[in-house]
Design a protein around this ligand. Sequence first.
Ligand code: ATP
Length: 630
Amino acid sequence: MEREFANFKQKMEGDALSQASNLKETIKVLQARVNELEAIRTTVTAINEDLKQDLKDTKSYIATANLELETIRRNHTFEVDDLRRKHRIDMDDVQDRYRKDTERTRKENENAADKVRKDFETQIDKLLKVHSEELARMEKQLKTEVEEEQRRRAHEVHQLQTEYGLKIKNVGLEVDTKEREAQLVQGELINVKWELDRERNLKVALQGQLSEATAHNLTLDAANKAMKAKIDFLESDSQAQSQAFNDLHRRMQEAIEAAEVANEKLRQEETLRRKLHNQVQELKGNIRVMCRVRPTNTDTETDPAKISFPDSDADSKEVYVQGPEKQSALGNVTTATYSYSFDRVFGPQSQNGEVFEEISQLVQSALDGYNVCIFCYGQTGSGKTYTMSSPDGMIPRATAQIYSEATRLEEKGWRYKMEGSFVEVYNETYNDLLGRSEDLDKKKLEVRHDTVKKTTTLENAVTVTLDGPQRVEEILKTASKNRSVAATKANQRSSRSHSVFILKLVGENGITGEKSEGTLNLVDLAGSERLEHSKAEGVRLKETQNINKSLSCLGDVIDRLGSGKEGHVPYRNSKLTYLLQYSLGGNSKTLMFVMVSPLQAHLQETITSLKFATKVHNTHIGTAKKQTKV
Ligand SMILES: Nc1ncnc2c1ncn2[C@@H]1O[C@H](COP(=O)(O)OP(=O)(O)OP(=O)(O)O)[C@@H](O)[C@H]1O
């Protein structure tokens, strides 16, 4: 296109140049004529010179000639002007044409370009359309393939999930089985250890018996010799001897009959004793509250509260506490003395032995087939653990009594199976204090209630068969070890959790066919300090809230049971009351120790604890029923 335009332009320029040279030729011709005229004029002038005379005559001719010349020149100028104008017009024409041609060519070019562009666009559109169709087709195909792949993968994932789910389930089952086996092995280990101890003790006892028997043998030898001498003497008079023998035989028969009658009477008396014992217990009330004030540690504690025991020489049922000082509007300082009364109050001088005397009858009731709960309630440091778990505390004493009593009852035909477990309720979860310490916050314990038999089982908890009081020492050691391990995780954990020692006593009398099933629960409750007083935050706040919740639930349950109304008892509101469901209420005997710190600094908590204990003391739970199967 451009070349065409260049050619055209070149052609037009050529035309213009040739016209210009024509014009130049014309101008040259005219110039030549002008030159000629000039020469003529020169000639005329010369002639004029020559013909000076004729000048005048010719002047007019010259003037005329001049005029003509002028006219010619003018005409010529006009012609030149005309030519120039014409040339300009031609040039304008040419330029106009050129412009028009250029414009037309531009337009044509534009049109051509437009057409080409449109063609291109159409082609591009077509290509795009084809391409997008191709793309859509490929996309569809890919989508189908992806969907197919996804379906295949989902199927594979599902298969894998099912497979892994099964594997995980199997592994979980295996782990559970292994854990249970481990627990069993651990329980067995403790049993075997204790068995070994018992065997050792037995061996020592047998050795003692052997030396006793040897001594006895020597005595028997001597007696034998004496007898032989007597036989020799008797043989000397056989009739007298036969008479004596008959007498002896008759007396022996009489003695055997008398012994049987006595034994039968004893059994009847044992049954009667149980009945009377439990009648006495019922008369004392099925919920009893006792208070114990611990002594001040003179090395570290300097500011004791004013606590007195007005009837310590008589019944020991009262305790007086002098309240905090109060200032009246007039500035007078007064103090109020609060008095509380319980089933028994133990002062700072009291020993664990004295305290146990009061509860030993309840322990006996557990052997007789009752559910018994003994709680220690009070703020941190008030003496709960000392009373419950110290080496001469209630737990070792209770088990020792149960063991010796069970041994005594063997003579009367009773055989007891005794099983102990020890659990902790911390932050509303159950932990096994007899399990492995590393499992403490991990192993899940489940409480299962048999609503028909009204019994409770602790699934997954280690249970130890108690075949001697020394086993309790081991149990307490394991529990204390577990709690001290836990204490590194949560500071002072033992004060922040409830511990429950559960002793199941299942008895059967082979002679009378009587059966009994009782449970003794010894509960060391968490410190009872109030939330606002403890100023707890974070973990401690959660612990304190859980403790307060469970203690108030315990209060609610006792209150509800004491109200005598039928209906819902809120056992489920806390893990503690849920665990003790069948050991609280109509079918049980409950004793609550309220432990009191002797310090002035703890006065407010002391008053709160005593108020709570008074509320419990005012509750009367219905008559306990012995769980006897005949
Ligand atoms: N009757 C008592 N005679 C002598 N010392 C006692 C007596 N009661 C408690 N103590 C001592 O007082 C301290 C606090 O007692 P203990 O640990 O039993 O309190 P606690 O109420 O169980 O506290 P926590 O809630 O922290 O477990 C201990 O050093 C304990 O030996």
